[in-house]
Structure formats: structure tokens, C-alpha cells
Design a protein around this ligand. Structure first.
Ligand code: ZN
Length: 138
């Protein structure tokens, strides 16, 4: 069995953003040499997500609006977590959008359903953060 590990680094210039990382993940898959197996991709921070959905800008704006309704950033004083921080909303947004995804590799390709793409979801950016890519298979 082959095993592969890589960290993808991000430094998103805004507080919140969605980054399509599908091409990066495909590159990792090729580097790993795995043709049949599984890829795990997880955010390594508790204020960021990795999720799968459509690469459609309207949908991403809808997500941002929806997440802001569920857990508005302002006023930061509404959150008990924010005694010494201002990112309680980012922890909650990450919880809703998820920590990780697992994708099957079949015949050397990511075995996606229609329109599926992999995203890094940033909810407390403007600093260096990373996601883990782990691939196992043969
Ligand atoms: Zn925090």
C-alpha cells in the first residue's frame, strides 16, 4: 500500500473566503502514484473548513450570507468565546461547513459526482493556515 502526506498552505487576505483546491488535490493524487484508494483532505485549524460543492460564485455568496445569519461576526461582544479573541463566529462557521472530505480515487481519477469540487473555506483569514492531504491506496 502506498501512503502520501502533504500540507497545503493558505494566506487568505480577507477574513472569509472560499478557495477551490481541486487542481491542487489532483496534483497531490498524481504525485502519490495511487490509482485506487482514498484521499482525505482536512483543515488543520478550527476556524477553517474543507468541503465539497459546486464552483458557482452565486452559491458562494449565498453561503457567506447564510453563515453570517447563523453566526454573525459583529458584534463580537455577543460571544463568550471572544473575551480575548474575536473569532467565535469563525469556529461556528467551521462547524457547519465541516472539517474534512474523503474522496475515492478510481482508475487514477477523483471519483466525483456531477459538479463536485473541493474547497478550502476560510472564516478567520489574514494569517498563514493549512490543510492536510493524506492519500492511501495502490
Ligand atoms: Zn477562537
Amino acid at each position: 500500500m502506498k501512503s502520501y502526506r502533504k500540507e497545503l498552505w493558505f494566506n487568505v487576505p480577507t477574513r472569509r473566503s472560499f478557495v477551490n483546491i481541486t487542481t491542487e488535490i489532483e496534483k497531490c493524487m498524481r504525485e502519490s502514484g495511487v490509482k485506487e484508494g482514498l484521499i482525505l483532505v482536512n483543515a488543520m485549524h478550527i476556524t477553517a473548513s474543507v468541503f465539497i460543492n459546486d464552483d458557482e460564485s452565486g452559491l458562494h455568496k449565498d453561503y457567506d450570507k447564510w453563515l453570517e445569519k447563523l453566526a454573525p461576526h459583529e458584534p463580537v461582544s455577543q460571544y463568550r468565546h471572544n473575551v480575548s479573541e474575536d473569532n467565535a463566529d469563525a469556529h461556528m462557521k467551521r462547524q457547519i461547513m465541516g472539517r474534512e472530505v474523503v474522496v475515492a480515487i478510481t482508475e487514477g481519477k477523483l471519483d466525483f459526482g456531477p459538479w463536485e469540487q473541493i474547497f478550502y473555506g476560510e472564516f478567520d483569514g489574514r494569517r498563514k493556515k493549512r490543510a492536510l492531504v493524506k492519500i492511501i491506496g495502490e
